[in-house]
Design a binder for this molecule. Structure first.
Ligand SMILES: [Fe+2]
Length: 226
């Protein structure tokens, strides 16, 4: 990778445009299950992704970073390719060498450092800058237990892209399933014991909430201004 040229506009980075369009399509295709609240959330996610595409921001330079769990990424993508989530899996595959996988904790809970990482795609710290929405991916190794947490002021959805997982022991989610967490809801995630699980997430909230959420998850400044 050279540093010679300035970071390009989103529109000049087809892999990122395709990823955003595939996220948009995913939030259109996934059923709302009769829930007006979930339908409204899905619509708002689509509107904000559309806004990011129209704003056509300059991409932020981020350094690719791996974590131990990313050794499971090829398997998670392979498994995801066989599911209705294959379009978004393909666009993630096209960007996998650029993704910056993080823990988001100063001190990672014991054992979790081997089994978990997330990467922000769109948001206050992501390669695609936005203060209107955060989109990202979370990767869990088989048998991971992600401890209970809540997001104050943030409405969250997870979409399962690969593997099988559960939240708060309330049902099992497989590719194409969506979990909706209103602000402040505590949630704990468990993952099937033989396969990894890859989830997409979307966070909506006021801009100051989206930025401060980053501060909670990533206390150390990872890069200079943008
Ligand atoms: Fe969460």
């Amino acid at each position: 990778m050279e540093n010679a040229s300035p970071p390009p506009l989103l529109s000049a980075s087809p892999s990122w445009v395709y990823l955003l369009r595939d996220f948009l399509a995913m939030y259109r295709a996934i059923p709302a299950g009769g829930s007006a609240t979930i339908r409204a959330h899905q619509r708002q996610v689509r509107e904000r992704i559309g806004g990011v595409l129209r704003a056509n921001p300059v991409l932020r330079e981020t350094d690719a970073a791996r974590k131990p769990v990313t050794a499971h990424l090829p398997r998670a993508l392979d498994q995801g390719r066989k599911t209705p989530m294959s379009d978004v899996i393909r666009s993630i595959d096209g960007l996998k060498g650029e993704l910056s996988w993080q823990y988001g904790y100063e001190k990672v809970p014991r054992g979790l450092d081997q089994k978990y990482a997330y990467t922000e795609l769109v948001g206050p710290t992501g390669p695609v800058p936005s203060d209107q929405i955060i989109l990202g991916l979370v990767l869990f190794a088989p048998d991971c237990v992600y401890p209970a947490h809540a997001h104050e002021g943030i409405t969250e959805s997870y979409i399962c892209l690969s593997g099988a997982m559960s939240q708060n022991d309330q049902g099992v989610y497989v590719p194409g399933s969506m979990i909706f967490n209103p602000p402040g809801r505590t949630h704990r995630i468990t993952v099937a014991d033989l396969e990894p699980s890859l989830l997409a997430y979307a966070w909506l909230g006021a801009p100051e909430k989206l930025v401060s959420q980053r501060m909670v998850f990533t206390r150390k400044s990872r890069r200079g201004g943008a």
